[in-house]
Design a protein around this ligand. Structure first.
Ligand code: SF4
Length: 432
């Protein structure tokens, strides 16, 4: 009997029109591939890197969807469904907006896909695909599922492998779309399992895609001990509070940590309170976190959010001056987006302040469009708010000023300068 063919598709971000070669492999499809028995044939199409051929021979299309890929995913889905190919959608956006996803798919998976996938496969094999698959609050047991990266062989990805140690975050920030999904519950993998997965991978660079790599210092420290003999270099995102402990940051560095993405968001205390950003509340915690990273040659990528109700031009300028003073490698000033399913989205909707009810379905660039206005910023100002600060931060004048005054050692400073030049021409252009 001929094997049934499954095509996984990684949709492109809704605001990126061009295809780019420099991409990191997605994470979820290697897990789904590992869970799929050999009586199915699987392939991956990465719509970030090539146009999707809608006439390929396939029996089922499967996509993991985030809010920022939803419109692309729905249009890909429509093309395949028009050709009679069933489409299954999962991922965080589908979990948060199930009715909308159901209108755009034959079946949807809510919650962690690793739990629902075996049942989807069984029903698909028996030509009995259901409309909805739910986890009913169950969390997936990390110890059971491994990654089969053979699904990525069609593409030449950047040689940085994406990997997970934990899932979920213990905080509950108002704007964060992970918070309503994981409800402050975090699950962890066994550090030895992570080390085994890394050892079996020829890459020497790894990106931990965990929502918050610093949820539990004790757990992360155990992982660092297991990583130490592997001599790898790794990157992750972590909350400010975890970086207050100098010994912990030293351990991160010893295990190969080279760069951390830290959600500073703002230096405006009123805005932090409104965001319920509890990880950032302690006075002086930013200075301590940055100093600990500098002392251990760990570069910093800072997440910065502008356009909250309590932000003013002066308060954003203060945040800018703060990150500029600390010569931070990568500063991503972005407009605050109201992600569906979050308390922030609900607050704006209930008070009638959303300019687009479902902005992710509009043909707009969300980071360059006013999605709501505040007392301090009108529609025109909101349109360019984050982008204006990014452009300033990556002007040659600012980049060289940071290079000259940086507290990092010279080799790290050179790497940071080169990284800045790369970001100026690759990343900033990409968000425009
Ligand atoms: S700390 Fe980060 S991952 Fe955790 S809830 Fe806040 S924004 Fe989300």
């Amino acid at each position: 009997m001929q094997k049934k063919r499954i095509t996984f598709i990684q949709p492109n971000l809704i605001y990126i029109k061009r295809k780019r070669r420099l991409r990191i492999e997605p994470t979820i499809y290697s897990k789904l591939k590992w869970l799929t028995p050999d009586d199915f044939e699987c392939e991956l199409i990465d719509a970030r890197m090539e146009d999707v051929d809608f006439d390929i021979k396939t029996d089922l299309v499967v996509m993991s969807v985030s809010t920022l890929t939803s419109r692309s995913a729905y249009s890909i889905s429509a093309e395949f469904r028009r050709r009679g190919i069933p489409v299954v959608l999962g991922g965080c956006h589908v979990t948060l907006c199930p009715e909308e996803a159901m209108e755009n798919a034959d079946a949807v998976c809510l919650g962690e896909s690793e739990i629902t996938w075996p049942k989807v496969l069984e029903d698909f094999k028996n030509n009995n695909l259901q409309k909805i698959y739910k986890c009913d609050g169950a969390r997936y047991d990390f110890h059971e599922v491994k990654a089969d990266r053979s699904i990525y062989k069609r593409y030449k990805y950047v040689p940085i492998s994406s990997i997970e140690f934990s899932r979920g975050c213990k905080f509950n920030c108002e704007f964060c779309s992970y918070a309503p999904i994981y409800k402050q519950q975090v699950t962890y993998r066994n550090p030895e399992d992570v080390a085994v997965e890394i050892k079996s991978n020829p890459n020497k660079f790894f990106l931990f895609v965990d929502e918050n790599f610093g949820n539990d210092i004790e757990q992360t420290s155990k992982l660092c001990e297991a990583l130490m003999p592997l001599k790898i270099k790794w990157f992750a995102q972590m909350s400010v509070n975890a970086l207050q402990n100098a010994d912990f940051v030293k351990l991160l560095a010893k295990s190969g940590c080279k760069c951390l993405f830290i959600g500073f968001e703002t230096t405006n205390v009123e805005t932090l309170k409104q965001m319920n950003k509890m990880a950032n509340m302690k006075k002086d915690s930013y200075d301590i976190a940055i100093q600990n990273c500098v002392d251990n040659d760990i570069a910093i990528a800072a997440g910065l959010i502008v356009g909250s109700d309590t932000d003013t031009r002066e308060s954003i300028n203060e945040t800018y001056d703060f990150v500029s003073k600390h010569q931070i490698l990568f500063c991503n000033f972005v407009n605050l987006l109201p992600f569906p399913g979050t308390p922030f989205y609900n607050r704006l909707k209930e008070s009638g302040r959303l300019i687009f009810d479902k902005w992710w379905l509009e043909d707009i660039a969300p980071y360059h469009t006013a999605l709501f206005v505040t007392e301090h910023f009108n529609k025109e100002e909101m349109t360019t708010l984050g982008y204006d600060y990014i452009k300033k931060y990556y002007s040659y004048r600012e980049m060289f000023k940071r290079f000259i005054h940086s507290r990092y050692k010279l080799p790290v400073r050179i790497m940071i300068l080169l990284g800045n030049i790369f970001l100026k021409y690759y990343y900033i252009d990409l968000t425009a």
